[in-house]
Design a protein around this ligand. Structure first.
Ligand code: PXG
Length: 449
């Protein structure tokens, strides 16, 4: 079948054949029958080829924190492309990469002083897991190889990430995955936590499950624990109060590295530069991507504590210290975009803005509580999730329809997972635009009742 879409106002942006592109994490056949095409973006809005304005309730995919098509970022990318298009990062360097690494190290809490660049969150996760293994090797503890993730965790789609991840569909079709992985329980319990704002009161004790895992495997076999401070993809599960501190304490007690996957929570999403700052917990590594350059050019990376980096910096000086890296690590265009995005975050105080708006946002989203089929609503920072009741024998159908009708009929972009609607608008959102999101969501949730 060749799917055609009607000739749109902007001919040059409307392809006439949708077959060739196999879209990721997408219902392809349904998309190609009723495509959701995007032609351009500005600020808080996307525009379809037909010119329909769509408010971005998702910051793209949790990444465009400074809003869309910011002139400062566009100009930085353009200037960089004219000056230096590509520069190898194996044995060579360029000023933008060093400037950005210093900037991110300053932004990060504690002694997370070093940055390893890659090109996505998935690569950042694989990088962090490999650094953890290589670190213990370098310390002479080669038996510390186990990796501990968490049920319902999302750490991208590399084999490392899906192994420590805990989303069943992302794992079940892909064989035996990495060996030697175990999982903490997830932290969601609707009975105890329904309609929570910020960190749920209940659930810190679930961190103690790490003690049970250590007792089972022995700490001498465990390299690292990786968790999202707020599990995003699985439907917005904020860490319960005190949970992350407890994980840190147990990791310290047993000599286990703690990795925060901040691919979503990094760069202001929870009202601080990193969630680590919000929780006053310093992990050994932070993975980031998405918001680092407001989604303008693919980029990810890992922030690494001083002690880890120092452990690698030994042996003959002509020798490579870590046998790992990517052709596009620290790509000049990604770095230029990131420096410009970081300027915007600082100059417009967007992280503080997210913090100030958090209660306004929470009031607005929790106001949807009485709409049909709403089972739970969770908010934290500038993130929200709405669980809808599933239709009988059709899990996911209601939210899928909400996403489709939201875009096609009501001019709102949202993310869905199962029957959960997830929201994470750009941090530039105004109170009026929060109202617009709520108004449109109200119509959509009623329409799919
Ligand atoms: N870690 C976390 C915590 C993430 O949320 C990744 C790693 C992987 O990043 P890359 O750049 O490889 O995709 C992510 C990505 C959604 C959604 O709506 C979430 C992500 C990506 C796409 C959609 O739930 N998170």
């Amino acid at each position: 079948m060749t799917a055609q879409i009607s000739r749109a106002a902007n001919d040059s942006l409307a392809p006439n054949d949708l077959e060739a592109w196999w879209l990721p994490f997408t219902a392809n056949r349904s998309f190609k029958q009723r495509p959701r095409m995007i032609a351009r973006a500005k600020g808080m809005y996307y525009y379809t080829p037909e010119g329909l304005e769509v408010i971005d309730g998702a910051a793209g995919l949790w990444c465009c924190n400074a809003g869309h098509n910011r002139d400062e970022i566009t100009q930085a990318i353009q200037a960089q492309a004219e000056e230096l298009d590509y520069s190898p990062a194996f044995q060579f360097g360029h000023a933008g990469g060093f400037a950005l690494a210093s900037r991110l190290a300053q932004l990060a809490p504690g002694d997370l002083n070093h940055v390893f660049f890659c090109n996505s969150g998935s690569e950042a996760v694989d990088t962090a897991l490999k650094v953890a293994l290589a670190y213990w090797n370098a310390k002479g503890h080669g038996s510390k190889t186990r990796l501990i993730g968490r049920e319902r965790g999302y750490h991208g789609v590399g084999f490392g990430g899906i192994s420590v991840g805990g989303i069943v569909k992302n794992r079940q079709f892909f064989g035996s995955l990495l060996a030697g992985v175990d999982h903490l329980p997830h932290t969601y319990n609707r009975e105890q936590q329904a309609f929570s704002r910020g960190e749920p009161e209940w659930g810190a004790h679930l961190a103690d499950e790490l003690e049970r895992i250590v007792a089972l495997h022995d700490a001498s076999t465990i390299a690292a624990v990786i968790v999202e401070p707020m599990a995003g993809s699985t439907g917005v599960l904020a860490a319960p109060k005190g949970y992350l501190k407890r994980l840190r304490e147990i990791c310290d007690k047993h000599g286990i590295l703690l990795i925060f996957d901040e691919v979503i929570t990094g760069f202001g999403r929870l009202g601080t530069a990193f969630a680590a700052e919000r929780y006053g917990v310093i992990p050994d590594m932070i993975t980031f991507a998405k918001g680092v350059n407001s989604g303008a050019v693919p980029m990810g990376g890992v922030l690494v504590r001083q002690g880890l980096y120092d452990t690698f910096m030994k042996g003959p000086e002509h020798m490579i210290e870590l046998f790992h890296g990517y052709t596009y690590s620290g790509h000049p265009l990604a770095c230029a975009a990131a420096l410009a995005a970081q300027d915007i975050y600082r100059d417009e105080k967007l992280f503080e803005r997210a913090k100030t708006l958090e209660p306004v946002w929470a009031d607005a989203i929790h106001g949807l509580k009485s709409l049909p089929n709403v089972l739970d609503i969770r908010t934290i920072g500038l993130v929200g999730a709405i669980d809808l009741a599933s239709r009988p024998d059709a899990v996911g159908a209601r939210a899928f329809e909400a996403m489709d009708r939201g875009f096609q009929d009501h001019g709102i972009m949202m993310r869905i997972t199962g029957d959960t609607i997830a929201l994470s608008p750009p941090l530039i959102i105004t109170e009026e635009q929060i109202g617009e999101i709520v108004e449109k969501l109200t119509k959509v949730i009623r329409a799919v009742a």
